[in-house]
Structure formats: structure tokens, C-alpha cells
Design a protein around this ligand. Structure first.
Ligand SMILES: [Zn+2]
Length: 765
């Protein structure tokens, strides 16, 4: 008894040793790095939690944020395309720190004559030039679009010393601003408004040659407070052009004076509607507030076309008030057609609004407000009820840009009013995207200057869900059997980027100024990553709850990346460090395949390794306890037939199991060892589809942790009633696997899609 026990534990030990040895041989170990596992926790990468930001991902007990309130009088000089403004900023220091100076952002200085933005990029002679580019590059003086600051004064009229460093202005305070104190000051400024269609500005005018009018979409138009917080101190990284904005919340009172025949809408509640609306407009507006199924025109196309001819010399002032917004934007033109409808969000009515010149029709009257309404509903469902009272979509050529309650969107039909599907879906998608930005980053107020993905990635992910929902709701746009043609979000869409030349890739966790391809980097890849996280890694139920928790924890606050990463784990109990590490902190890609399938049969004869062990230990087979073996089928397919294998299995059962135990067990006929390989750096769930000789299929998903100790290769043994004839990894293409040529056993003879794809893009750049 003792001896048998001894031998048996020796055998167990040996078996265990063999298994460990196999594991060890496949773990990637680099010299000097003891733990390269993608599954190690993110202690080194994440900021240490503190009383401002908790380890759970919530705002901590000492979390604070600054507040900046604005009172502004703005005047548009339409004839000369100049914008004048006077503002009083009241800055509340809610931080525990004493501030010696304040930083104010002068974004328009990116277009100053002496801007360094055009100088930071190397240039080479191009193969060919578009006439407009050639003229601008080599034949024109730079546009003089910087801020002209007339004064910076305290509220007693005393000049405050200030220093302008390009797009940032430091205002030196007469006495340091203590914690809990506030400081008010005035700035007067003006600047030349750029033609946004020429230099791709986020703000400016479009000139319509035929009628001599301009249509303005105006933003980043006033000196704005920079963010001061526990993560960055002052966020005064210069505005170069790609990294967008970081702004504190505050309350705004804004009076905007424009030609009297302009139609204008803006961030905030219109306070003097009766002064600026005609009686007819008021009546239509009252109707629109009760119209939940379709928009009501406040200004018709006929009226807009009439107004285009006016060029009134009179002025009108539109007065707005906005609470708890991080920015301000407005659109104005005598060309605008205006429609709106009500949307129920929770127990509140929100107005979905569109402004567009006749050049946007008929597309805009058909789709814009409908898209706004649908977006508000879908995003609210996944985050929080949209808290503002309206959301406006403004048509502006080539634009796609967002501000609180208002955004600019492209999508222009041909001159005869016809349009392609590409224009239509491009327009609906950009509206969904830009209206969606109300949630990220206008309300969940992340730092765009530092992290492009926190707003663009989360928004593009939500955009995908909203587009699919829009498609389902609108059979006139998307046939019931079709899906909305989303440009980003589906796993396959990111494969060309992630499989691209590594020297042109950057991790998602990069500053927007330093990435090579901002679109795929900050929009496409994080959107796909979150989509995969939702569909394949966590499942919609766990994901949706965690995502909503993040949105609700950080609405009207300033989250950091860790706050997002931590909340997603905190609310779901899914360890995602491996996922963040691989998808967000590296440029690795997914490539998982099936390498080999070996067939085994049940045997009572020792396997060759066991024979070796017996010989090495001077034992005889009779020293062994009763054991059962799985022997590999020989190269030429020789092995026991299933019925012979069954006889051995039956004998094993008779010898080792009671009749009661025998009644409760399965009797598998086939045994396989399936080996999977992982040439890609990203671990993912191992999704496997087994096909059997009778044509039936079985799907098994192994958790991503199957790769935790063995990064390159893992095997799984399976015992089945049916003969295995096929193995496919990731059968529904849900992991963004970049090379599917290794995804099948037996190997598919025909060329893989990936290779076909690679060949198809050769020659393109
Ligand atoms: Zn965006």
C-alpha cells in the first residue's frame, strides 16, 4: 500500500513536472524582465489613487473643480467679417491651492501671422498640388487671424499685467487668489474671422458667391479659462491644432449682436425670444414644442431665400443664458432655414434643432433633426438623461465640430439637390457623432488637449450603437434586413490600421499631437476596443452597467483615463488590466490561430514517456498502480478503432468505478489535443467552433486568461462522442484578428481574406 502510494505520487509528480515544463517553454521571458505578462496589474502605469480620485474610479472625498463664469457682449461685423467682444470672467478657486496667476486660452492665435503651428511640420516638394493648396502655401501672406487684446482690467478698471505666450495668456494677479476665493476681470478683444472652408478651421464663415452672404459657425471665439486641477495643475499645453480643448464648467450670460435679418442660435436658453422672433415664428415655435414625431419649420426655405437678398443695416441682439456648460458656440446667417421638434428624455422635453442654408436641402430637412432626436435618446439610454434643454445641428461645409448644445456638420447635396448614399450616411453619421459629443466631452468633461481618445473614442463607440439604432428606427433610410453602414466600430474595420507598419503606429494612450493617424488612433481603435469589450469580453449587461456608472460618476466633472479604466472594473468585477494594457498602452495586434490537432485513443499500455520513466527508475510495469493512457494515433493514422478504444475504456470502468458511478459517466469515443497559437501580442478570449463528422457544431469560448502563463501557444484536450473534422478560431470575426489564414484546421486551401486584402492595398498608400 505504502509502495503503491509512493509510486503513484511519484507519477503524479512526473506528470505535473511535464506539464509545468511545457508551460515554461512557452512563456515569453526577456532578459532582465521578470514579469512581461500582459496580465500583470497596472500599478506602474496608473497614477496612485488619492483623496481626489479614488482607487474605485470615483471622484474622491477631496475632489474639486474650478469654475469660470462669463458675461459677454459680442458683436459681429458681417461686412468685414470681424468679431468684437467684451467679457467679464469670474474665476472661482475651489482648489486647495493658492494661485498667483491665471492662464487664459487664446485659441485664435493658432491663426496669428506669427503662429508656430505651420512651422512645426517638415515639408517636401509634393508630387502635385491642388491649386488652392499651392496658392495658399507659396503665393499668399498668412491670414491675420489672431486675437487683438485691447485690454485686461480688474473690475475697478485697473489694468492687469498679462503675458501672451502664443495661444496662452498669463494674467498676474494683484494678490494671490486663496482657496475658496473668486476673482473677476474684464477682457476686450477682436479678431478677423477666417473662411473655414479654406483653412479647415473649426470656426469661421463660408462665403456664398451666388447671393453674397456668409454663414457663420463661431467657436473658440473668446479668451477662455484654462483648466486647473489635481492631475495637470494648469493645463496650459499650447493649442497646436490637433489636441482639442480643456475647459472648466461655468455659467454664461451672452448677448450677441448681429444684422437684424440674421437667424441665430447658440449655446444656452434664449432669453428674449419675443424680441427676436416674428409673431409667425413664435406660433410655429409653440407648435414645435408639442411636435414629438416630426420637426416644425420655424423659418421656411422660402423665407430664408427672401432674407438672403436683404442685407439689413439694422442690428438685433440675441440674449442667452447657459448654466453649467464648459464652452460656448453660436451660428448666424440670413441664409438659415430653421426647424425643431420635441424629444422626450426621461420626464423632460428637449428640443432637437437644425439650422441649414438652402444648399443643405433636401437632405437636411429630411434627416438632420430626426438624427439629433434619435442620438439624444440612444446616448441617454447608455449614459444619463440629456440634461440640457436643446441640441442643435448646424449645416456647415466640411465641418464636424462640437460645442455644448450646438455642433457643425457636413453633408451637402449636389447643386440640383441630388445626393449619393455616401453623402447621406456621412451626414447622418457626423450629426450623430457631434451631437453625441454633448455627452463626451461636453458633460463628461475629459481633457481633450491631453487625451483625444477619451472623448473621440468613447463618442465613436457610442456613435456606432446610435447609428445601428437609427438604422432600425428608420426603414425609409435602412431596409429592415440591412444594418446601418457604420464606418467605424466593427472589429474588421480596424484591421488595416492595427496590422499596419509599426513605425507609424502609436498607442491609444498618446497625446493627439504625437500620433501619425489621429482618425484610427483616437476614434477607430478605441471605438473598436470598446465594442469588442462589450460584445465579446464582458457581455453587454456587465459592460453597459459599468459604462453607465462611469458616465454618471463623471457627468459635470473632469475624469482622467484611470477613472474610466478603474470604474469599468469596479462596476463589473472583470479584471481588465490585460485589456487596457494591450489595447490602450501598446501597438500590439490580435492574431490567434489553430496550429495542430492530434488524435488519441484509450490504451492500457504505457505511453512511450511512461516507458522511459519506468526504465529510468528501474521499475517494472507491475509496480504501477492501475493507470489509463491516451496514446497518440500514429503518423499514418494507425490507432485503435473507436470500438477497440471503447473496449479498453469499458475495462477501465469495470476495474475502477462502481456500478453507480458507471451509470453517471459519459463514454467518449474520440480524444483530441488541439493546439492554439497566438502570434499577436494581444490576448483575447479564445473563441472556438468545433465541427463534427455529422455536421453538427459546438462553440466554446475560453477566457482570455488561458494565455496568462503561456503567451504564444496553448493546448486543450477534448473528449467527444463524435469525430472532430474542423476547428475554426474566431468564427464570427469579432476580435479584429489581423491574419485569418491560421484560423482554421484543416487549413483552408484557398487564399485568406487577409492576404487578398494585403495584396489589394499594395500600391495604395
Ligand atoms: Zn469627435
Amino acid at each position: 500500500m505504502y509502495k503503491i502510494k509512493h509510486v503513484f505520487s511519484a507519477i503524479l509528480f512526473m506528470v505535473a513536472a511535464v506539464v509545468v515544463a511545457q508551460d515554461d517553454s512557452t512563456i515569453t521571458k526577456e532578459p532582465g524582465h521578470t514579469n512581461q505578462s500582459k496580465f500583470r496589474q497596472m500599478y506602474e502605469e496608473f497614477a496612485t489613487p488619492n483623496t481626489y480620485r479614488s482607487a474605485s474610479g470615483t471622484p474622491g472625498p477631496d475632489y474639486y473643480q474650478q469654475q469660470a463664469d462669463y458675461k459677454m457682449d459680442i458683436e459681429l461685423d458681417d461686412k468685414n467679417a470681424k468679431l468684437y467682444g467684451k467679457e467679464t470672467i469670474t474665476y472661482h478657486n475651489n482648489s486647495p491651492d493658492v494661485l498667483e496667476y491665471l492662464w487664459v486660452q487664446l485659441d485664435q492665435n493658432v491663426r496669428a501671422k506669427d503662429s508656430k503651428s505651420p512651422l512645426r511640420n517638415p515639408s517636401r516638394i509634393a508630387v502635385a498640388y491642388q491649386p488652392a493648396t499651392f496658392t495658399k502655401e507659396y503665393m499668399s501672406e498668412p491670414f491675420d487671424g489672431g486675437f487683438n487684446i485691447e485690454y485686461v482690467k480688474d473690475t475697478n478698471g485697473k489694468a492687469l499685467p498679462y503675458t501672451i505666450n502664443r495661444t496662452m495668456m498669463r494674467i498676474d494677479l494683484p494678490t494671490p487668489l486663496a482657496s475658496g476665493e473668486k476673482f473677476s476681470f474684464d477682457i476686450k478683444w477682436w479678431y478677423n474671422i477666417p473662411d473655414h472652408t479654406v483653412d479647415r478651421a473649426r470656426s469661421g464663415y463660408e462665403y456664398f458667391e451666388k447671393d453674397g452672404n456668409r454663414s457663420y459657425v463661431i467657436a473658440q471665439f473668446f479668451p477662455r479659462m484654462a483648466v486647473y486641477n489635481d492631475v495637470e495643475g494648469w493645463q496650459n499645453h499650447q493649442f497646436w491644432g490637433s489636441g482639442e480643448f480643456a475647459l472648466p464648467f461655468g455659467n454664461y450670460e451672452v448677448n450677441i449682436t448681429v444684422p437684424a435679418d440674421h437667424i441665430l442660435d447658440a449655446t444656452g436658453e434664449l432669453l428674449n425670444r419675443k424680441e427676436v422672433f416674428s409673431k409667425t415664428m413664435m406660433e410655429r415655435y409653440e407648435r414645435a414644442k408639442k411636435s414629438y414625431d416630426k420637426p416644425v419649420l420655424i423659418v421656411t426655405q422660402e423665407e430664408a431665400e427672401q432674407a438672403e437678398k436683404g442685407f439689413s443695416e439694422k442690428k438685433k441682439t440675441w440674449k442667452f443664458k447657459a448654466e453649467n456648460v464648459r464652452d460656448y458656440g453660436f451660428a448666424t446667417s440670413r441664409k438659415f432655414i430653421w426647424d425643431m421638434q420635441a424629444v422626450k428624455i426621461g420626464n423632460k422635453d428637449v428640443m432637437a434643432v437644425s439650422l441649414y442654408p438652402k444648399e443643405g436641402n433636401p437632405l437636411w430637412e429630411e434627416q438632420s433633426t430626426k438624427a439629433v432626436a434619435s442620438t439624444l435618446k440612444t446616448y441617454s439610454k447608455h449614459t444619463f438623461d440629456y440634461p440640457y434643454h436643446k441640441a442643435i445641428s448646424v449645416h456647415a461645409k466640411n465641418q464636424g465640430m462640437e460645442y455644448p448644445m450646438i455642433c457643425w456638420n457636413y453633408g451637402r447635396p449636389n447643386e440640383d439637390g441630388t445626393y449619393s448614399d455616401r453623402v447621406k450616411f456621412g451626414m447622418i453619421s457626423v450629426i450623430i457623432h457631434e451631437v453625441g459629443h454633448n455627452f463626451f466631452p461636453m458633460i463628461v468633461n475629459s481633457d481633450e488637449r491631453q487625451w483625444g481618445w477619451m472623448d473621440e473614442g468613447l463618442d465613436t463607440f457610442m456613435q456606432y450603437l446610435a447609428e445601428q439604432q437609427f438604422g432600425k428606427e428608420n426603414p425609409s433610410v435602412i431596409a429592415p434586413h440591412e444594418n446601418y453602414p457604420s464606418r467605424r466600430g466593427a472589429p474588421s474595420k480596424i484591421v488595416p490600421y492595427m496590422s499596419g507598419d509599426q513605425s507609424t503606429l502609436a498607442p491609444i494612450m498618446s497625446n493627439p499631437e504625437n500620433v501619425y493617424q489621429l482618425g484610427p488612433n483616437a476614434y477607430g481603435k478605441p471605438a473598436t476596443a470598446l465594442n469588442i469589450l462589450r460584445e465579446t469580453v464582458m457581455g453587454p449587461e456587465l459592460f453597459d452597467h459599468a459604462f453607465k456608472t462611469y458616465a454618471q460618476r463623471w457627468m459635470f466633472k473632469h475624469p482622467s483615463p484611470e477613472d474610466f479604466f478603474r470604474t469599468m472594473e469596479d462596476a463589473s468585477a472583470v479584471d481588465l488590466d490585460w485589456f487596457w494594457r494591450s489595447w490602450f498602452y501598446t501597438t500590439d495586434y490580435v492574431d490567434i490561430g489553430v496550429k495542430d490537432v492530434k488524435k488519441y485513443y484509450v490504451s492500457d499500455k504505457p505511453t512511450p514517456q511512461m516507458e522511459e520513466y519506468i526504465a529510468a527508475n528501474n521499475m517494472s510495469p507491475s509496480d504501477l498502480p492501475p493507470l489509463v493512457y491516451l496514446s497518440e494515433e500514429s503518423e499514418d493514422g494507425e490507432g485503435k478503432t473507436p470500438s477497440e478504444s471503447s473496449q479498453t475504456l469499458n475495462a477501465f470502468m469495470m476495474d475502477n468505478l462502481t456500478s453507480e458511478q458507471r451509470a453517471g459517466v459519459k463514454e467518449p469515443k474520440y480524444f483530441y489535443e488541439v493546439t492554439f497559437e497566438k502570434p499577436g501580442g494581444i490576448p483575447m478570449p479564445l473563441i472556438v467552433e468545433y465541427t463534427y463528422a455529422d455536421g453538427s457544431k459546438e462553440n466554446v469560448t475560453f477566457p482570455p486568461e488561458i494565455w496568462r502563463k503561456s503567451d504564444k501557444e496553448v493546448s486543450r484536450v477534448m473528449a467527444t462522442q463524435k469525430e472532430l473534422v474542423g476547428v475554426v478560431v474566431d468564427p464570427k470575426a469579432e476580435t479584429a484578428d489581423i491574419d485569418t489564414s491560421n484560423n482554421s484546421w484543416p487549413k483552408k486551401a484557398e487564399e485568406s481574406d487577409f492576404n487578398k486584402f494585403k495584396q489589394s492595398i499594395q500600391g495604395e498608400n
